[in-house]
Design a protein around this ligand. Sequence first.
Ligand code: AMP
Length: 205
Amino acid sequence: MLTIALSKGRILEQTLPLLKKAGLEIADKELNSRKLILDTNFDDIKVIVIRATDVPVFVQHGAADMGIAGKDVLLEHGANGLFELLDLGIAKCKLMVAASDKKQLKQDTLKIATKYVHSAKQYFEAKNQQIEIIKLYGAMELAPVVGLAHCIVDLVDTGNTLKANGLVPLEHIKDISSRLVVNTASFKTKNTQIKSWVSNIEKNL
Ligand code: AMP
């Protein structure tokens, strides 16, 4: 049995066609059900659809053999217990620093609202900028508007969300896309099956 963990939401929309091209299909009946473990067109492959941040956790602990998650989420989680095998080139966006204007970044201690605590710390520490992180789980754009932080570190795609909240993208931290990850133990014990799926997916990218 092979279990694949997929990230809910915008990544899932772009993942399903990619899996289909590789020969793996999940019926709409399964996708639209309330089931948490979904059947596929292969008896020995199950899919779980969970929050993006939970995907590396399931894969690390072997609750899923493989997973698809954004690089943003993988950078926060770290590489414990999993290998990144493929850049799928989907759900592309940028991890950026944004604020109402450039002057906001000139602070002795810069207050940053983000859910990307690790990436933000790493980026600003490399610049020797003293920071205070305010961890949020969503609506980061609100923080500078209400005076909770000087800036945010968040994903930017079209830039429309920033613009709608009077913010501008100022510094580029990293290009982000979704990656295929595998549990390190599964990669050994189910090597042939995993490699064959990775190659099917890669061929159809
Ligand atoms: P946009 O307005 O197109 O720049 O999109 C920005 C909003 O969508 C932010 O709230 C981001 O956190 C979220 N977002 C953009 N791209 C992605 C992605 N590839 N994966 C997850 N969230 C994203």
